[in-house]
Design a protein. Sequence first.
Length: 481
Amino acid sequence: MNCRSSRPRLRLPVWLIPVPWTVGLGVWGLSRQHSVWRDEAATWMAAQRSLPELEHLLGQVDAVHGLYYLLMHGLFSCFGPSITVLRLPSVLAMAVAASCVAAVGHRLAGAGAGVGAGLAFGLLPAVQFSLQDGRPYAFVCAGAAISTLLLVGVLQGRARTGHWVAYGGTVLVCALLNWLSLLILPAHLATVVWTGAGRGTRTRWAVTASAVVAGALPLILFSRGQAHQVAWIPPLTRHTLIGPAVLLTLGSLLALPGRPRAGRLSVAAVGLPLLALPLLGLLGVSLVRPLYQERYVLFAMLGLALLIGGALAAAVRSAARRHPRAARWLVPVAVVTALAALSPQLLAKRSPASRVDDVLAVAGDVRKLKRTGDAVLFIPADRRDTAEVSPDDFAGLRDIALVRGPVEAGNLKGEEAPPHRIRAAMLTQRRILLVTDAPEVAPPVSAERDRAKTAVLRRYFTAVAEERVRGRRVTVYARRP
């Protein structure tokens, strides 16, 4: 009797393999040298407010992120505010997304495609950015992956009423986290149509999708009144289009081994629309109103990962015909090669320099430079986030422009006095600390209040000390004799 052959072989489920891989990539350098950038500072401030204060905030700004802020409020209440609590949920959400994309690849093209897709997803540079980011985009990605897995199950004949309810509920939750995630619906529709789904399936999908859009419509309409928050997004340029063009070209090339033939459910039939249509949809919207930011359609990377997994599986099958023993090593070698090639990107994404600024670093400089009785100003007022996130470092400083704090004002920057009152208050000070952006990332000074601050400082004060760190600076001004 052959004892070796009688031993049961322990095989991990394909969907489980990418989980420790993605979590490991996420917890590696999670604190980014104890830095927090401006978008994460918004999450930090919102999550620490009480429920009535959070409701007041969402009535003024950031309604589009309301569900995410509510979730983070619960986590901060349970575990306390910290960088780990801020970012670890995104790591876990990305692990769920990687698991689902592996399961989809496995169902459509075998275990090799599933493992390749799940491992490739965690290495994609766009995923690496949001993997350690205290914002809702990782959660949207996880929801998009779950809904895609449910849709594939339906198209494979596993349709139950519960499947459609779960599918619609998942897409709706994604829309409540960020309603631009509704761009996944055209991608799913393309898959449904291209694979020749029956009339009943098409009808049920249309009813479910309509219900989802109807459920998200109140948030869409309400958030339009807060459109000023995305006024900073620039119009499309040739430079903006380079990234999407590269992704679409790469996706098209990867889809060639498994061309999405009509009537056939395949990796290409699911992955290519999932990659292409959200990107193209957001670009189309941005022609009317500039909205293009890669992270808004981060879930399109699920499609790219699927296509990579499918191409790897096709390569393994081709190699198995010629070199059966070597074929089994193709996926591990590809993963190691990709890890080595992308290591500069992986290291860069874990550096504070990967974000536009750091609200914690400049707070430390304020603590070193301040003296008792000093005043503080912020240009623009949004840079008050550093004082909100690190209040101890600003203890003893008087915010002479502030009339109502961010909590009372129901926003993230507070309410400042009119320009003439700010000017009068500045002229009574001997020393003023100015917290603003570093010159290389500073936008033009446009607000009338900020122009008044700048004019008074130039005319009546002299800069006596300055520190620049990670996209921000603090300058100490002393009154001229």
